[in-house]
Design a protein around this ligand. Structure first.
Ligand code: GDP
Ligand code: MG
Length: 743
């Protein structure tokens, strides 16, 4: 359909910004309008998602930006300042303000501030289905007249009214900017009138800011507006003038000016809504109120929440596990075999190229792809929780508890997911609404002992504490939580003090049936973002380890065919052994295992096996035919489907499955002897310290990549080095104390 339209390329594209409260339906509108012609990135220097998309409407090219959801435009939160700065700097041709019709009054608070930007606007009254089910009717004409902009009713989820939105927006783009002036009362209007001519004398200022908008902002004393203005020619004088006006005003009004301004806005909106909104029937206690009564009740709230979290946890771990195995099996089986066959045909079967491709590249790609099923299932679970409206209830229930350790109720979910895998857990911090909470939660996630660390505990308790294995493993999990609480408390008192969100009450969005289309979008776009951002780092790290193992030390072997103990890897590991000596496991084998654990924690054991020269079964290529291989891919796929289905009852907590991972006896002996020597006879203490170190030290590269993407480079580096230090100190203490107790 698009292809047959003639696109007027001679006219510039119209730029449209979608803005509004969270959950008003912006993204639904955006996705439906732009389909797959989307680009997802981050706002420059921010960790908030930036989505732009394109479409053609009546032959005009239109570029749409989905702005982050915000409750006001006072720039107290990152979302608010992104929205504000976008409107100021990029000057879109039209702002489409998406409003939840069922919550008109609250949504208008944001709209009114948006209109003050003097950009042509279209008001989209979305969720008309919900509104009419509640018996609400609107006088659209009056509303449009009062706001000075067209108002279009829609049901975005059913794609109802979207064409009208585009027509109104394209129409509005050709209008000159509209002045929307809310009457703030004689005292404030008097000061605005005094400031306006002063502002208008400075073209450098009016170039960047709408004059009346700036006057109001200055009287409100909005954060960072004064400092930005001072940098413009003539700006400092204006800041002084406004300062005087504000002083006089607060004297005359007997209250802070920003409070009076906010109050006037609320009053104006309240009166407007009273004129345009009719409620047909008396609203009885609604169905959703009754459900809320149970779900957020004192006794059932937390158990229900725990069950919901358990389900999310099971979905991200158990349901994805067969698929991770399948990807792993296909890559290390058929794909590796085919590569070798092709290389042999080219006479390169035994060369370093074969080793690079199979042990380096294919293994590295496997490390990246293994996260795809995990992330897809996490995003599925998150989208369902968020879209159904349960997430807000769960957060509400947990809030009091989590507040004690300075976190938001919503932080519980990422931390919980962290017991499965830190990578999706870091991405799950997106569900938190402010940056500081995201960072703090993200930094604490790696202390939740992830699934990949469990095999290390299983092996080491089997070697050192066969009688108390489960007790010790549980103790490690608890230690992780304890350290997280301590680190959280320290960070709150130092780098990440709690920010009081001014007057923001948590409100519960209505229950909705999750929308398949929106879930699909969220699952795919976010997983794709992970692949784009993390793939290169994980791949590079695996290649680096491969290279270090391939290069022989001092000419004692052939490239890519070196025994590990003669490789550069062994030499570097030997250097780390020095730092590990006070912890009781200062050997190059331990050092090497921990270094390769930086790529992925599950590699720790296989590296130990390799470096101790123990026989760990290496999947022997059965050397089947091409067709047999295809058959194997298919049957293992079917098996994965079967396993997924079988995992489903497990979600409700029915079976936990057995732990595998009994060690080869040779390896156990070798590790025990090595630890005994390196610790001066305190092998058990050293074994315990090693587990504590594995629990706490630097998370794997995929997690670091996720942290870099979500929290920024600085915090990713803090996590890298901070955890290394914490792990060293904790392992040191554990080793000393345990050795002293006679371990
Ligand atoms: P955003 O936060 O503004 O981007 O809101 P979303 O687009 O993510 O929408 C929030 C939820 O509202 C999603 O579950 C949508 O499926 C749902 N939704 C969007 N538009 C409508 C609508 O017109 N009617 C109803 N009933 N639900 C809608
Ligand atoms: Mg959205």
């Amino acid at each position: 359909m698009v292809a047959t339209e003639t696109i007027a390329t001679d006219r510039p594209a119209i730029s449209i910004a979608l803005a509004g409260n969270p959950n008003a339906g912006k993204s639904t509108l955006f996705n439906t309008l732009t389909g797959s012609r989307q680009h997802v990135g981050n706002w420059p220097g921010k960790t908030v998602e930036r989505k732009t998309g394109e479409l053609v409407h009546n032959g005009r090219r239109v570029v749409i930006t989905d702005l982050p959801g915000a409750y006001s435009l006072s720039a107290y939160t990152q979302e608010e300042s992104i929205t504000r700065d976008f409107l100021l700097a990029e000057r879109p041709d039209v702002v489409v303000a998406v409003v939840d019709a069922a919550n008109l009054e609250r949504n208008l608070y944001f709209v009114v501030q948006l209109l003050e930007f003097e950009t042509p606007a279209v008001i989209v009254l979305n969720m008309m289905d919900v509104a009419s089910r509640r018996g609400l009717t609107f006088d659209l004409g009056k509303l449009s007249q009062a706001l000075g902009s067209p108002v279009v009713p829609t049901i975005a989820r059913n794609e109802d009214g979207l064409d009208e939105v585009m027509s109104a927006a394209v129409g509005a783009a050709s209008l000159s900017s509209q002045l929307f002036a809310l009457d703030y009362g004689p005292e404030i209007e008097g000061e605005i009138d005094r400031l306006l001519p002063e502002i208008e004398r400075h073209p450098a200022v009016t170039d960047q800011y709408p004059a009346r908008w700036l006057a109001v902002r200055l009287l409100e004393d909005e954060p960072d507006i004064a400092s930005r203005l001072s940098r413009l020619p003539g700006g400092a004088g204006l800041v002084d003038l406004a300062e005087k006006s504000r002083m006089q005003l607060s004297q005359a009004l007997g209250e802070d000016v920003d409070l009076v301004i906010a109050d006037r806005r609320y009053t104006w909106i309240h009166q407007l809504v009273a004129r345009v909104l009719r409620t047909e029937r008396e609203e009885s206690i609604s169905f959703s109120d009754r459900i809320d009564h149970i779900i957020t009740s004192r006794w059932l709230g937390i158990p229900i929440f725990m069950i919901a979290m358990w389900v999310v946890f099971k979905i991200t771990t158990d349901v994805s596990a067969p698929w991770v195995d399948w990807i792993d099996g296909v890559l290390s089986g058929p794909i590796s075999r085919w590569t070798l066959v092709l290389l042999s045909a080219a006479g390169l079967g035994e060369s370093w190229i074969a080793s690079l491709l199979v042990d380096g590249v294919i293994a590295g790609v496997g490390g990246v792809l293994a996260f795809v099923p995990v992330l897809l299932s996490l995003y599925f679970a998150l989208a369902v929780l968020e879209d159904s409206g349960y997430m807000a209830r769960g957060a509400f229930v947990m809030d009091r508890l989590m507040n004690r350790i300075g976190l938001h109720g919503r932080s519980f979910l990422p931390l919980m997911v962290g017991f499965g895998c830190s990578v999706p857990a870091i991405y799950a911090t997106r569900t938190l609404t402010n940056q500081r909470d995201r960072i703090l939660t993200g930094l604490l996630v790696p202390f939740m002992s992830c699934g990949a660390r469990l095999p290390v505990y299983v092996l080491f308790t089997a070697i050192f504490f066969p009688a108390q294995a489960s007790l010790i493993i549980m103790g490690l999990y608890l230690l992780g939580i304890l350290v997280a609480i301590l680190v959280g408390l320290v960070l709150q008192r130092t780098l990440l003090p709690a920010t009081a969100a001014p007057g923001l009450v948590m409100e519960l969005p209505p229950y909705r049936l999750p929308n398949a289309r929106s879930i699909r979008y969220q699952m795919w776009l976010r997983t794709r973002a992970f692949l784009q951002h993390a793939a290169s780092l994980i791949l590079l790290a695996s290649l680096a380890i491969w290279l270090l193992m391939a290069v022989p030390m001092g000419g004692q072997g052939k490239f890519a065919d070196t025994p590990v103990e003669n490789s550069v890897f062994a030499r570097i590991s030997g250097m780390t052994a020095l730092a590990l000596r006070p912890l009781g496991f200062g050997t190059w084998q331990s050092g090497g295992a921990l270094i390769s654990g930086l790529v992925a924690k599950e590699v720790v054991i296989s590296t130990l096996g390799q470096t101790f020269g123990a026989e760990i079964e290496l999947a022997e290529g059965v050397g089947g035919s091409f067709l047999a291989d295809l058959g194997e891919i298919a049957t293992s796929f079917v098996a994965a489907v079967g396993d997924t289905l079988r995992a489903l009852p497990g979600i409700v907590g029915i079976n936990l499955g057995g732990e595998k991972g009994a060690a080869a006896p040779g390896l156990a002996m070798a590790i025990r002897n090595s630890f005994d020597t390196s610790s001066g006879g305190h092998a058990n203490a050293a074994g315990l310290a090693f587990m504590v170190f594995v629990l706490l030290y630097t998370p794997c590269m995929a997690t670091i990549a996720a942290e870099k993407h979500e929290l920024g480079t600085r915090w990713a580096l803090s996590s890298f080095f901070g955890q290394l230090i914490i792990a060293w100190l904790a392992a040191f203490a554990v080793f000393r104390i345990a050795a002293w107790l006679g371990g």
